[in-house]
Design a protein around this ligand. Structure first.
Ligand code: ASP
Length: 332
């Protein structure tokens, strides 16, 4: 019988109605008690890591989750993490960098409706996740939600209400799960490398979303306080006139490894390419910058937190780590 560890963190899946709104309140045992039939097919152990609305999940919680899995890694065949949907894609991306080349499945799931509601997606999401985590062909960090399996580095919450809350960005779904049957679209492949756990993140990564006519007023402070700035630009990417002078002046003040600039796009699909237009190419020709290309924002942000956690890296180290493919986060 497969042994799985179910880690709970809160979220809607474990929430109950109160006069003040939904609050995560169920214990991990109570959560699992809604699937009484599953206990006879798998040996399940539960552990609560926290009990939070995922709005309050921070990089510290990602480290706690990675540590909890590391400590129990040899004792279980797979892991299921129950999590709020709002920041679930960030946690999945973060765990993809904190636990690399996992030969065992680490599956994240959640729900749009509490497990105690009469009409809910929670039971099928949890059941599918357990099934997928117990399958001998499953490995690595993935999300199981609404019958779809999505790579941990490719997920984005794209719907606030529907059961199909997550999309797989610039990458196909790995599998669907229907009536307890896993239908794989991509062959699982063997993981030949040694599993590596990391235990540090640098949270000083800032996301600057551009809006037309944006003021450069805060740029100096942003560069002072953060080690990495991700600019979410328009389309394939460019820097507006309103920002260019001050941005170039800030970048000239620091070495490229001291303050790393990453360009990405606000457009969900198909990625960035800063070199296409003059408004972007000038930046790329003048400074060392990184480009997200087909990576999701969630992956870029957490990858930079993982990279920048190590002291003393040269620009070349940062560059090669950023562009090395981890959990299929980029196809470039
Ligand atoms: N606010 C909730 C959370 O992310 C939403 C959910 O779980 O669906 O914890």
């Amino acid at each position: 019988m497969k042994k799985l560890l179910i880690l709970t963190t809160g979220g809607t899946i474990a929430s109950v109605k109160t006069p003040h709104g939904l609050i995560p309140a169920l214990t991990s045992e109570e959560l699992l008690s809604y699937l009484p039939e599953i206990g006879s097919d798998f040996k399940l152990t539960t552990k609560a890591v926290c009990n939070l609305d995922s709005t309050d999940i921070t990089p510290e919680h990602w480290l706690l989750l990675a540590r909890a899995i590391k400590e129990e890694y040899e004792n279980y065949d797979g892991f299921v993490i129950c999590h709020g949907t709002d920041t679930l894609a960030y946690t999945a991306a973060a765990l993809s960098y904190l636990i690399q080349h996992s030969k065992k499945p680490i599956v994240l799931t959640g729900a749009q409706k509490p497990i105690g509601s009469e009409i809910t997606d929670a039971k099928s999401n949890l059941r599918d996740s357990i099934l997928y985590a117990a399958d001998p062909d499953s490995r690595g960090v993935q999300i199981v939600f609404d019958g779809k399996v999505i790579l941990g580095t490719r997920a984005k919450k794209t719907k606030t209400l529907s059961y199909a809350a997550f999309s797989s960005i610039n990458f196909p779904f790995l599998a669907t799960i229907q009536d307890g049957r896993i239908i794989r679209y991509l062959p699982p492949g063997k993981e030949k490398k040694q599993t590596v756990f990391y235990d540090k993140l640098n949270p000083k990564v800032f996301l600057l979303k551009l809006t037309p006519g944006i003021s450069p007023l805060l740029l100096a402070d942003i560069f002072r306080f953060y080690d990495c700035v991700i600019i979410e630009s328009f389309g394939v990417g460019g820097i507006p006139d309103s920002l260019e002078k001050e941005l170039f002046s800030q970048l000239s003040r620091y070495a490229p490894e001291e303050k790393v600039l990453v360009m990405t796009t606000q457009v969900t699909y198909e990625g960035s390419n800063v070199g296409t237009y003059e408004v972007g190419r000038r930046l790329r020709e003048s400074f060392n910058i990184l480009e997200a290309k087909d990576m999701t924002l969630e992956a870029v942000l957490t990858k930079m937190m993982w990279i920048m956690a190590e002291d003393g890296l040269s620009w070349d180290d940062i560059y090669s780590r950023f562009y090395s493919r981890i959990n299929s986060d980029t196809l470039y």
